[in-house]
Design a binder for this molecule. Structure first.
Ligand code: K7E
Ligand code: CUA
Length: 636
């Protein structure tokens, strides 16, 4: 053996040994059922030549070996992609994209009859704030709700299937950015308007009439506790200000909702300048239980089929808390005792005491009023102005008495004490963080284990893909005194908010149950058929490994076609696709499920169809022909 070769052999053996040590370490530290729980905080004594200890530790804390699962799900806003992205934490692997407001051909979302109807007339949406359903202020893993800032909608994703199950159009509200925020028992989530406009939709009023005719609106969306079904409970008229973010009170402050405002100047041109004139805007405190009662007592007018409450008719329902200069995020601490408003244009996070707020309310300790609403005495309710840094946007909590605030301009996260209100740690992030997401962060009992910084810019962090770079998410370890960045992953636009839930709280089902009463379902060949009624043709088709039954379907040009496909493979993960070539149709049919296309066969000819989801060794044989007989050649 020559010297070089000998050296190489020794080196690779050494490499193998290090790998083996890591593998053995991991196998002792990880338990298959609970995922990678033991990775965090496990101080491994492993050194790898040329790699700093920090990096080895970070790798160990985020590595989820094959066969093991992540400890948390993170549901992140997909912004103007109209989607929700699902990540596993701590690996930060993206597990799923859930289409919500935008068609997605990989799953036929926007092509199947049901999803097409749900999407309605809009082809895109803008998801900002996902909110998990809660019981007793704790995530319960039943549903995820999201807002559409563009087309004024809300959507529900069922977490037993990770599918969008309902989209609700909300009238009278322009750009519900200040949403979705859940009350502690999922009674409601609130949606506050970012834009002011005349109501109802379609009403004309010139912009000069802004202060008179343009309205802000908050909608309370009621949730059916059995089904998750959303309904508009009631709406409230608000001044024509921009409602930015909101949070629901909890424990001590349960029954209240808090919304930040900017543009209390009521500017309608050059907002960049004119909406930042005042030193103080407001946190709007809203007693939703009182408003609910007003709705039940008939104190409303119907506007577009919705109970619209004028809060001036319900004294005590709304108070204004002065907050520094165009605040953005507003976050209630896990114990419900404090409300934290982030200044955006002021370098402080202001902490308000709920108890003191209630004292002011009860003692009528006001410093004036605006548009008929009492203004709370600022000095009395403010307990701290924490000098967190430049452009504070959002705050999350760890359940151990600390708050974490993102600083957009500084590109940092500041950790500060909810006891002394002093800053105890600052970490740079890369770059320009907006929201951040702590493990179980919006519950009454956050886990304090992980924090994810959702960054607007990535710049040099990933391989270049041209002038526009991906956005980024950074996983931060919260189990050590100093925050530590463990890893970076690219994300698609636009990482606004995310929520992170313990994985074992979510229970998915494996296959759709056989249900002979389900419309269009067929499970036996004898029942598979093509029915004609005048120009209406209904196809009841089965799909199973590896064929469609029937596999020839002939119709007449101009027929209205209703095409049901039932996947009769009751095996987890055996999904069949169904794409009709050159007919612009594709869908996914999950195990045991029945899906439906509805379309007009408006072009004659022969159109092969095939299974688009790879499902078996004979997947490629899973095909058939859709034959459309031209008009002149049809017998009647
Ligand atoms: Cu991006 Cu919550 Cu829409 Cu702040 S919002 S960053
Ligand atoms: Cu069924 Cu591929």
């Amino acid at each position: 053996m020559d010297k070089d070769l000998f050296k190489k052999v020794v080196l690779s053996l050494a490499g193998l040994l290090v790998g083996l040590v890591i593998a053995v370490y991991l196998s002792t530290q990880l338990n298959p059922a609970g995922g990678s729980e033991a990775t965090l905080g496990g101080a491994a004594n492993i050194s790898v030549d040329g790699v700093s200890d920090d990096i080895v530790q970070a790798a160990l804390k985020t590595y989820v070996p094959p066969g093991q699962l992540d400890e948390y799900y993170m549901f992140a806003s997909g912004g103007h992609s109209g989607n929700v992205f699902v990540y596993g934490v701590p690996s930060m692997r993206r597990i799923r994209t859930i289409p919500v407001f935008t068609p997605e051909s990989s799953v036929g979302y926007g092509w199947t009859a049901e999803s097409k109807e749900m999407l309605g007339e809009w082809s895109w949406g803008d998801v900002h704030h996902p909110a998990l359903s809660e019981t007793g202020g704790d995530y319960d893993g039943r549903w995820l709700f999201v807002n559409d800032n563009a087309n004024s909608r809300a959507a529900r994703i069922n977490l037993d299937s990770f599918r969008t199950s309902q989209i609700l159009e909300v009238p009278n509200i322009y750009g519900p950015h200040s949403a979705v925020f859940m009350t502690p028992n999922s009674e409601y989530f609130m949606m506050g308007s970012r834009f002011a406009g005349p109501i109802p939709y379609g009403t004309y009023s010139p912009i000069e009439n802004y202060s008179k005719d343009y309205k802000g609106v908050l909608a309370a969306i009621a949730i059916n506790q059995e089904s998750g079904e959303m309904n508009i409970g009631w709406e409230v008229l608000l001044p024509p200000w921009s409602y930015d973010l909101s949070d629901a009170g909890k424990l001590d402050s349960e029954g209240w909702a808090f919304l930040t405002t900017y543009n209390t100047e009521e500017a309608y041109e050059l907002l960049e300048v004119n909406a930042s004139q005042r030193e103080m805007d407001y946190v709007v405190a809203l007693n939703w239980k009182l408003l609910e009662q007003a709705a039940n007592e008939g104190k409303f007018e119907m506007v577009e089929g919705v109970k619209m409450i004028d809060p001036l008719d319900v004294p005590g329902s709304i108070y204004l808390i002065p907050a520094m200069k165009s605040p953005h995020g507003v976050d209630v601490t896990p114990d419900g005792k404090y409300i934290v408003a982030n200044g955006k244009v002021a370098p402080v996070a202001t902490v308000f005491s709920f108890e003191k707020f209630m004292e002011c309310v009860n003692n009528k300790d006001f410093q004036g009023e605006e548009r008929g609403f009492p203004i709370i005495n600022y000095e009395k309710v403010r307990v701290a102005e924490v000098p967190v840094g430049l452009e504070p946007l959002h705050t999350q909590f760890d359940g151990n008495g600390y708050a974490y605030t993102t600083l957009f301009i500084d590109s940092t996260i500041a950790k500060w004490s909810l006891d002394t209100f002093e800053i105890v740690d600052v970490t740079p992030v890369h770059y320009c963080p907006g929201h951040l997401c702590a493990a179980e962060g919006d519950t009454v009992d956050p886990d304090g284990k992980y924090l994810v910084s959702l960054n607007k810019l990535a710049k040099d962090k990933f391989l270049s893909v041209g002038p526009s770079h991906p956005e980024s998410a950074q996983l931060i370890d919260l189990t050590t005194d100093k925050m530590k960045i463990l890893m970076d992953v690219p994300t698609d636009p636009e990482p606004h908010f995310a929520q992170m839930i313990k994985a074992d709280k979510i229970k998915t089902f494996e296959v759709f149950e056989k249900d002979p009463n389900r419309l269009g379902a067929v499970y036996e060949k004898e029942n598979a058929r093509i029915e004609r009624d005048g120009n209406n043709v209904t196809i009841y088709q089965m799909s199973f490994r590896s064929r469609y039954y029937p596999d020839h379907v002939e119709v007449n040009e101009g027929d209205h076609v209703t095409w049901y496909v039932t996947n009769t493979d009751f095996d987890e993960d055996i999904t069949h696709g169904f794409g009709i070539t050159r007919y612009d149709l594709n869908m996914e049919v999950q195990p045991g499920e029945t899906q439906k296309f509805e379309f007009v066969a408006d072009r004659a000819g022969v159109y092969p169809f095939y299974c688009t989801n790879f499902c078996s060794a004979l997947h490629q044989e899973m095909q058939g022909w859709f034959i459309v007989k031209p008009k002149g050649q049809q017998k009647t």
